[in-house]
Design a protein around this ligand. Structure first.
Ligand code: FES
Length: 110
């Protein structure tokens, strides 16, 4: 695993982008928990965000794809609305060790 950032580097109810194993990753802090996914929308296989570190919808309840507005549940990565409804973000193994966030091996997107 690799130390990618610290807990304080990510604001509550938001996400930040990182690179690992040559892939773009987003790490979200939501409801006090940390979640990590490949920054890859299952609709077209492109990155979710237009602006750096902008991943949440305006209510900060869901991860949103800036391309066509798909909404994803932060805890599971499931698409709840939008053109990839029923599909999901690809999770990346993540572990919190004290104040540090560590990421495991990044899987290939499906
Ligand atoms: S590319 Fe994400 S919703 Fe279309």
């Amino acid at each position: 695993m690799e130390h990618i950032c610290n807990l304080d580097d990510i604001e509550h109810e938001s996400a930040r982008e990182f690179q690992k194993d040559g892939q773009p990753i987003l790490v979200a802090k939501f409801d006090g928990q940390i979640h990590a996914y490949i920054n890859w929308c299952p609709h077209l296989g492109i990155e979710l965000n237009f602006m750096p570190d902008e991943f949440m919808d305006s209510d900060k309840q869901f991860i949103m794809c800036a391309n066509h507005g798909a909404l994803f549940e932060v805890q599971t990565g499931h698409c709840l609305s939008g053109p990839c409804l029923g599909d999901k973000l690809v999770p990346v193994p993540v572990e919190v060790r004290g104040e540090q966030v560590w990421l495991g091996e990044v899987p290939e997107p499906a």
